[in-house]
Write a protein that binds this ligand. Structure first.
Ligand SMILES: Cc1cc2nc3c(=O)[nH]c(=O)nc-3n(C[C@H](O)[C@H](O)[C@H](O)COP(=O)(O)O)c2cc1C
Ligand code: SF4
Ligand code: SF4
Ligand code: FES
Length: 599
């Protein structure tokens, strides 16, 4: 059999698939076959490589050349030039915003160079549907080590010493959680993986499940051994069909290879995993609601204590951890607690995966050491603003989190520092905003989400968030008063203090953090009836500058409500009593004649 001379890793993550990965792969396959290279060139479809905004993308090894923004024609050219003649095709290499072509190797690109990959160490590097690729990268070695060399207490001790904290949001120490569950009384115990991932814009957990499902299975088996459980459940939302499919394949393979099931690796340890599919309610990510949902009940939170460590699935002691938390476990077992602690900060060891979204050049997935500053993360890795306008704030922690203004971008990213600023680490969603974003509107967006997602069990969250939303609607439509601003703060603090579960306890955070840092924007809305970012539709008008308008009619043709009048080559005008503030006219005017103004 001829030796493989080149391996093409092509990203088959969700974003790349939707930007045309399949047709690129088919073009590669056709062209490779046409030139008789199919015996020496291997194509591997991987999980998300992180740089989703550059997709479809691929890396050719052994050179490590990174090609981006591919099309079927690009694939053909790369086969003809790179694979046949050894010539790198410059036009598909990564280019800096300055236009400079970056050296070919993937790890030289600014987006990747500062990343440290632990949880996502295999994502984008292996075929997730092939257990042997996982094994080739030390897969199931940690489980083997645990079962053959360590007592359950030693495993827990190692995780405790590593300082690993839950990546699902709250940052609870993982080793301690395992120890409490091990010590809890009960004949049956369970391990649950929380793969609900409900934060809008977050896709860290989906990427791990799609790109490296075995790492979660291996870590859950390790947790099962440590706490004395024989059964695990992965709770994953129905909106993640690819993750579910890859998990199903991985579970079947792990059983076949003897890593799941009875007498694992010839020991007397039995452990198996089942998938439970959730319907996509945000509250079902809360651990007690998730457990109720696994049991087939309505997904509503319960009062804690008792915590799942004492009474979880079917009333039995249960460890519940997030996908990313589990993904850190096998490397800790293999490389040791000291190694893990050497990365990150003393109180937040290790790394964190973030989903960068919004007005940032490099959107996608990044894994960085804790302690990196927001500035380094947003500018060195994220490439700065994508709009040419100044970045104004970053929202961390999704609907439970808060907005951090640019003055604080030198803050290190760790659990405590973000909390001090009124934000949270959360599960890793990071939405970047520029000067065109209205912070009152942003707070309203997140509150609309939590109002929709409140399960309705307790009054402060069910009714209180609704009242807050009504106030925000008044403010953004120009009908707010100064008392409304005070009310928002009072209500927010009451809801935080009196709600039953974390959803209600954190729902006011986006409002409270924007009140803290952007009070002047709230005041402008209520006192001057003005939206400083010119975003709130009720507080803006569209106008045409007569000195710039050439009467090309482009705006009038695109206006969906015929609000623009004017004859060819004559100055046009907008009837703001008809205009629905859709913004289409600004986009089409090539002369910059249309602008938004405060009434
Ligand atoms: C409303 C709400 C939604 C949550 N959603 C998730 C989620 O999608 N994924 C997750 O891992 N944790 C989520 N959590 C946190 C879980 O309750 C729990 O703390 C976490 O799964 C524990 O795992 P960890 O210690 O590994 O972080 C949510 C909490 C709340 C209050
Ligand atoms: S805080 Fe909200 S989501 Fe949580 S139990 Fe109460 S109503 Fe339900
Ligand atoms: S903003 Fe939209 S509705 Fe208003 S004038 Fe322009 S195109 Fe018409
Ligand atoms: S899906 Fe391809 S890089 Fe993220």
């Amino acid at each position: 059999m001829p030796l493989t001379t080149s391996t093409i890793l092509i990203c088959a993550g969700g974003a790349c698939i939707s930007s045309g990965e399949i047709s690129v792969k088919e073009a590669l396959q056709r062209e490779i076959k046409k030139y008789g290279l199919d015996e020496v060139v291997r194509i591997v479809e991987t999980g998300c490589m992180g740089a989703c905004s550059l997709g479809p993308l691929m890396v050719i090894y052994p050179e490590g050349v990174f090609y981006q923004k591919l099309t079927p024609q690009a694939a053909e050219k790369i086969v003809q030039e790179h694979l046949l003649k050894g010539r790198i095709v410059q036009e598909y290499l990564y280019k800096m915003p300055t236009g400079e072509v970056v050296p070919e190797a993937m790890d030289k690109l600014p987006f990747f160079a500062r990343q440290v990959k632990i949880a996502t160490r295999n994502v984008g590097y292996i075929d997730p549907a092939n257990i042997e690729e996982y094994i080739a990268r030390d897969g199931y070695f940690a489980l083997t080590k645990v079962l053959t060399e360590l007592a359950p207490e030693q495993v827990i001790e190692e995780i405790k010493r590593s300082g690993l904290r839950g990546r699902g949001g709250a940052g609870f120490p993982t080793g301690l959680k395992w120890e409490l569950t091990r010590k809890a009384r009960g004949d049956r115990k369970y391990v649950v993986c929380n793969a609900d991932e409900g934060d809008p814009g977050a896709f860290m957990d989906r990427s791990v499940l799609e790109g490296d499902p075995h790492t979660v299975l291996e870590a859950m088996a390790i947790a099962g051994y440590a706490i004395g459980a024989q059964q695990g459940y992965i709770y994953v939302r129905a909106e993640y069909p690819l993750a579910i499919e890859r998990l199903q394949i991985a579970i079947a393979q792990a059983r076949e290879y003897g890593f799941l099931g009875k007498n694992i690796l010839g020991t007397n340890f039995n452990f198996d995993i089942e998938i439970r599919i959730g319907a996509g309610a945000f509250v079902c990510g809360e651990e007690t609601a998730l457990i109720a949902s696994i049991e087939g009940k309505r997904g509503q939170p319960k009062v804690k204590p008792p915590y799942p460590a004492q009474s979880g699935v079917w009333g039995c002691p249960t460890v519940i951890n997030n996908v990313e938390t589990f993904a850190c476990v096998p490397p800790i077992i293999i490389k040791g607690a000291e190694w893990f602690r050497s990365i990150g900060t003393p109180s937040s060891p290790g790394t964190k995966v973030f989903a960068l979204a919004g007005k940032i050049t490099n959107t996608g997935l990044v894994e960085v050491p804790m302690g990196i500053t927001l500035r380094e993360l947003l500018y060195e890795i994220g490439g700065g603003s994508s709009t040419g306008k100044k970045i104004k704030a970053v929202q961390t922690g999704g609907p439970s989190g808060g907005c951090i203004p640019s003055e604080y971008f030198d803050t290190p990213v760790d659990y405590e520092s973000l909390q001090k600023l009124g934000a949270i680490m959360g599960s890793g969603g990071m939405i970047v905003m520029d000067e065109d974003d209205c912070m009152v509107d942003v707070a309203k967006f997140f509150l609309e989400f939590t109002v929709d997602e409140s399960c309705g069990k307790c009054t402060p969250c069910r009714e209180g968030t609704r009242q807050m939303l009504k106030i925000l609607e008044r403010i953004t439509s120009g009908e707010g008063t100064e008392e409304d601003i005070e009310q928002l703060e009072t209500l927010g603090n009451i809801i935080k203090d009196t709600s039953l579960c974390g959803l209600g306890q954190t729902a006011p955070n986006p409002v409270l953090s924007t009140l803290r840092y952007y009070h002047h924007e709230y005041e402008a809305h209520v006192k001057e009836k003005r939206c400083p970012a010119l975003r709130c539709k009720a507080l803006i008008r569209y106008v045409i500058d007569a000195s710039k308008c050439v009467g090309c009619t482009a705006c009038a043709r695109v206006c969906p409500v015929n609000a623009i009048s004017g004859e060819l080559r004559k100055v046009h005008s907008i009837d703001n009593s008809v205009c629905i503030r859709c913004g289409s006219c600004i986009e089409v005017c090539r002369f910059g004649a249309i602008s938004k103004v405060s009434p």
